[in-house]
Design a protein around this ligand. Structure first.
Ligand SMILES: N[C@@H](CCC(=O)N[C@@H](CS)C(=O)NCC(=O)O)C(=O)O
Length: 237
């Protein structure tokens, strides 16, 4: 239930990212899942750039984080890792096969249907904000997100969680993805979804995971690093 030096499970995480990205790097999703199921874990921290070196590429072919090691098992992709944790340890899935399949559907919906337009928004408003096409693209990108949020809000209705009466790995991933929009007018215009995100992030396991994630940023920025791009909030969202 905590990040400790020696544990049967080891994750990788960055020791430094710009302030706007802290609280959003994807090791947080894995930490959250492990906190929900009560498993300790160790973290191997990487400086920026180290994720492209051969020893890490052997674990993660795309040179990204997080990774997960447990005995002989090496996993990459935060969705696959969270799903593995949910299947391996009780606490994130119901017992019935139908309920488990529904949880998987929401986990995949979060990553495959909801997150892509939200990442596009992050690219447009932050990483490529200075590019001449970004301003023009923004209304289109926002409209695509709104379509997804409308559909999700319609399905959630006045329910508490997406895949059934209890919190599941599917909700963990939906909350993790939707909170990328925390503080924006986009999420704010869907009060039931904003409340859903608040419900998910109020869970003690999330609070512990976020605290450990934030405490891990003890490294230095890479040499020659320019000042970070502005957050959506700073840009008037
Ligand atoms: N689909 C991957 C995405 C992983 C990803 O984008 N990781 C980012 C941190 S959140 C990263 O490693 N960025 C550095 C890079 O791509 O070089 C997952 O969910 O694990």
């Amino acid at each position: 239930m905590a990040e400790i030096a020696h544990a049967p499970i080891t994750l990788t995480a960055f020791d430094w990212v710009p302030p706007f990205a802290r609280g959003q790097v994807r090791d947080l999703r894995v930490r959250w899942a492990l906190e929900e199921v009560g498993q300790d874990y160790a973290v191997r921290y990487h400086a920026r750039g180290q994720q492209k070196q051969a020893d890490h590429l052997a674990l993660q072919p795309f040179g990204q984080l997080p990774t997960y090691e447990e005995g002989d098992l090496v996993l990459f992709e935060s969705g696959a890792i969270v799903w593995h944790v949910a299947e391996r340890f009780p606490g994130l899935l119901p017992d019935d096969p139908g309920g488990r399949a529904r949880a998987l559907a929401w986990l995949l919906a979060a990553l495959n249907t909801v997150e892509p337009p939200i990442m596009d928004y992050a690219i447009t408003t932050m990483f490529e904000a200075a590019e001449p096409w970004s301003k023009q693209r923004r209304p289109l990108v926002e409209a695509r997100i709104r379509l997804r949020l409308e559909a999700a809000a319609g399905r959630l209705g006045d329910g508490e969680w997406f895949a059934g009466p209890s919190f599941t790995a599917g909700d963990l991933m939906m909350v993790a993805v939707l909170r990328l929009l925390d503080g924006t007018a986009l999420l704010g215009s869907f009060p039931t979804l904003a409340a859903y995100v608040a419900r998910g992030t109020a869970r003690p396991a999330f609070t512990r995971a976020l605290a450990a994630h934030m405490a891990g940023f003890t490294g230095e920025p890479p040499a020659g690093r320019k000042s970070p791009p502005k957050t959506p909030t700073q840009q008037g969202e």
